[in-house]
Design a binder for this molecule. Structure first.
Ligand code: SAM
Ligand code: SF4
Length: 340
């Protein structure tokens, strides 16, 4: 079992398999995208799988694949299968924009991937195209259907709430009534573009305090709008009944709903004390905290060192994992380069 210097159990590894993406979400990437890492800079699947093997021996049992957009990387299905077969790895999850999910859902499910998080911030097709700078909402909704058809479970929607986007939160809440869909509202975070957060808006590419909506406010809005729409009283779901999660979401439900509504509050309610994760970037850096740019180079070790050397890097990352973060300062890397 892996524990860090503060006694937290670390059993969850998020792996960014690519920094590339087929969308350019306003809060994640600049309009022209970022300069992609060169082929040699990005870890090969073999290198990632070797890292996962060693990490599993150190106590990692859960892996989430992310990106950039993980489904744009060729060979992703076989990669999932091999990771799933790694001794000690109990489950694999994927975070995706779902634009390519219809193509891959059945194969991914066969390869052992059941847990899926789909990122979707609006149900309005025009707004979706604007937020993602070119994406088509119909592709995502089709990808969501494909996830259910492929028997994935749990199926979650991640909604980043940004004030200036004026999202219809109730529209998402309604989607949880008839089917086991778990919608999680996530506070907008200042990641990327360090030092440039003060004078722009999300649409102009940058985080502002004014665009941050706390999860307390999100819950108040959901309760009031849900009651007014006849959905009943929003009630907290006990942890034991919540959709199996690896993270810090708190879950709620309208009476009789098949799915749930979750909130994730990295800014308004720190959950650093419960942090259970490490992150591996596509270019082979270990990040011990989403909000810290202190990274440990594991690529060099994967390319020239032994498994013992890789193990030492993991142990030094655990020892260096900070107690918490001062997240309002932003980070050098953007979210698409970290993986969320
Ligand atoms: N491309 C995939 C996707 O969009 O699901 C995976 C990578 S994306 C960076 C992972 C998650 O980070 C997405 O749910 C996205 O909405 C979220 N994200 C990106 N920038 C964010 C920000 N500034 N604050 C909060 N969440 C953010
Ligand atoms: Fe791409 Fe995901 Fe970032 Fe959107 S949030 S630009 S889909 S990596």
């Amino acid at each position: 079992m892996a524990t860090d210097a503060f006694g937290r159990r670390i059993d969850y590894l998020r792996i960014s398999v690519t920094d590339r993406c087929n969308l350019r979400c306003v809060y994640c990437m600049p309009p022209d995208g970022v300069v992609w890492k060169g082929h040699d800079e990005v870890l090969s699947f073999e290198e990632i799988e070797r890292f996962a093997r060693v990490a599993a021996n150190e106590g990692i049992s859960k892996i989430r694949l992310t990106g950039g957009e993980p489904l744009v990387r060729l060979g992703i299905v076989d990669h999932v299968r091999r990771l799933r077969e790694t001794s000690g790895i109990e489950a694999i999850a994927l975070t995706t924009n779902a634009t390519l999910l219809r193509r891959y859902a059945a194969e991914l499910s066969d390869a052992g991937l059941k847990r899926i998080n789909i990122s979707l911030d609006t149900l309005d097709p025009e707004v979706y195209t604007r937020i993602t700078r070119g994406g088509a909402l119909a592709d995502v909704l089709d990808g969501l259907e494909a996830a259910f058809e492929a028997g994935m479970d749990p199926v979650k929607l991640n909604v980043v709430v940004v004030r200036s986007l004026e999202q219809d939160l109730l529209g998402f809440a309604r989607m949880t009534v008839d089917r086991p869909l778990h919608v999680r509202f996530i506070e907008y975070m200042p990641v990327g573009d360090v030092g440039e957060h003060s004078c722009t808006s999300a649409e102009a590419d940058g985080w502002t305090e004014a665009d941050h909506v706390s999860t307390d406010e999100i819950l108040m809005r959901l309760s009031a709008e849900g009651a007014a729409a006849g959905l009943g009283e929003l009630a907290q779901v006990e942890r034991t009944e919540a959709p199996g999660g690896w993270g810090p979401a708190r879950y709620y439900r309208f009476p009789g709903a098949a799915g749930t509504l979750g909130v994730i509050s990295p800014l308004s309610h720190h959950f650093c004390g419960e942090c259970n994760r490490l992150r591996l970037t596509a270019d082979g850096r270990l990040r011990t905290c989403l909000f810290s740019d202190d990274e440990i180079d594991v690529r060099t070790v994967l390319r020239g060192g032994s498994d013992d050397d890789v193990r030492e890097v993991i142990r030094s990352a655990l020892a260096a994992k900070p107690a918490g973060h001062d997240q309002r300062h932003g980070t050098v890397r953007r979210m698409s380069q970290i993986g969320g």
